[in-house]
Design a protein around this ligand. Structure first.
Ligand SMILES: NC(=O)c1ccc[n+]([C@@H]2O[C@H](COP(=O)([O-])OP(=O)(O)OC[C@H]3O[C@@H](n4cnc5c(N)ncnc54)[C@H](O)[C@@H]3O)[C@@H](O)[C@H]2O)c1
Length: 382
């Protein structure tokens, strides 16, 4: 089979995580075109993807290019919808970076357009493809923890945005830190623990940083009855430097055991009782005395997602976990959280779609997401 030809829309920060994924598959696919209007980013794009890559300024030119079979959308969030609609109209399958879109009304338009055109829509929620996050999924699916009743998921980062960044505006990013990045944790929670039934949310805006919230907390009840405690802080340096805390944490407690994933450390499990024989056999007796590491594959989430997507494009068996239909539920939880914060109420899911309410009069910045010179920003971790 000839190589699948990929067009990448947007050549900013996250291209650094996507390009190596495609470059490891050069026998199966080739990135032919990248759309990037900022010429100061072109040298890096050529460095990442080779000198022969065709550069165009606007994403429509990549979508409609004769040498592009499928597109990978790495654009600001407000452009995920129009770029997906244009790709569907051109009959080209879509992989889009998270967050899928700014609200479920936009997700629904993306899903409907791709289904009507008969093209697939996949969201690169990379955590679901990451070895250590998958190791935690295996622990949960094994039943070793008994009945899960409590979750804690945290995301800590110091996101310093460039002046004029699209992400500073609520319209560009789709809200703030919750929609942009706590959706990593929400998506993982849904993958691990099933659907969310209701949410209560509080947010904190620091106007000098960005229009939307820099910090947010969500208290959730799962359909299973478990409680979940999710938080994001985009203004903390706690995750870098000597004696640092963590960037991301997932902690889960069940009636028969506990487990966690901690970025930079790995995935661990603790068993509460020795009558849990299948689990003791699986993780060893040491797991009765303290947390033991759970073996995990070496997979980088972005690269594994891309590898599975390329298999799918080639008609091979692929393990894609993040279709547009599946990931819509993640956006729904974040949107419900915003409605909770705005109304001061607990919101029960499902919620009805509402059109995006603009607050910026079209004034969305075009500068990149993050100030690249900032040493405390975890660029590839999002
Ligand atoms: N999964 C993760 O861990 C992670 C981490 C960072 C970013 N992301 C996601 O990646 C996406 C992009 O984020 P980023 O950090 O690379 O942002 P960025 O601002 O660095 O890059 C976006 C690029 O899109 C370009 N662009 C804007 N309008 C365009 C147009 N009309 N045509 C073509 N290109 C256009 C911009 O010039 C910019 O270079 C977002 O969805 C973001 O949430 C994911």
């Amino acid at each position: 089979m000839s190589k699948v030809r990929i067009g990448i829309l947007g050549g900013g920060g996250i291209l650094g995580a996507h390009a190596p994924g495609f470059q490891k598959l050069t026998d199966r696919c080739t990135v032919t075109v990248v759309a990037e209007p900022d010429p100061s980013r072109h040298a890096r794009i050529r460095q990442l993807l080779g000198p022969e890559v065709i550069l165009v300024a606007d994403y429509h030119d990549a979508i409609n290019h004769a040498e592009v079979d499928a597109v990978d959308i790495l654009l600001p969030h407000h452009l995920h919808l129009p770029a997906t609609l244009a790709a569907a109209a051109a009959g080209k399958p879509v992989l889009t970076e998270k967050v899928m879109a700014r609200n479920i009304a936009e997700c629904d338009q993306m899903i409907a357009a791709c289904e009507a055109a008969g093209v697939s829509l996949t969201v690169c929620h990379d955590r679901r493809y990451h070895g250590e996050w998958m190791a935690l999924k295996e622990v949960l699916d094994s039943g070793a923890l008994g009945e899960v009743f409590y979750w804690k998921l945290e995301h800590n980062q110091n996101v310093v945005m460039a002046e004029g960044s699209w992400a500073r505006s609520r319209d560009g990013i789709g809200g703030g830190a919750i929609m942009s990045c706590l959706t990593h944790q929400i998506d993982a929670l849904r993958w691990y623990g099933g659907e969310v039934a209701r949410v209560t949310c509080l947010t904190k805006v620091l106007p000098e940083r960005m229009e939307g919230e820099s910090a947010g907390v969500i208290a959730a009840e799962m359909a299973s009855g478990a409680l979940a405690n999710l938080s994001i802080n985009w203004f903390t340096r706690s995750h870098v430097g000597p004696n640092a805390l963590w960037y991301e944490l997932v902690q889960v407690c069940g009636t028969r055991g506990e487990a966690y994933y901690l970025s930079g450390k790995g995935t661990f499990v603790l068993l509460h009782d020795e009558t849990n024989t299948a689990a003791v056999e699986r993780y060893g007796r040491e797991a009765l005395n303290g947390f033991v590491p759970v073996p995990s594959g070496p997979w980088n989430g972005h690269e594994r997602c891309i590898a599975e997507w390329v298999k799918h494009l080639r008609g091979e068996e692929a393990h894609l976990l993040t279709s547009g239909r599946e990931v819509r539920g993640t956006v729904e939880v974040a949107e419900a959280a915003y409605r909770s914060a705005q109304r001061g109420q607990t919101i029960t899911l499902p919620i009805e779609p509402e059109p995006w309410q603009s607050t910026s009069d079209g004034a969305i910045g075009t500068a990149g997401f993050a100030a690249p010179a900032d040493p405390t920003y975890v660029v590839a971790a999002g």
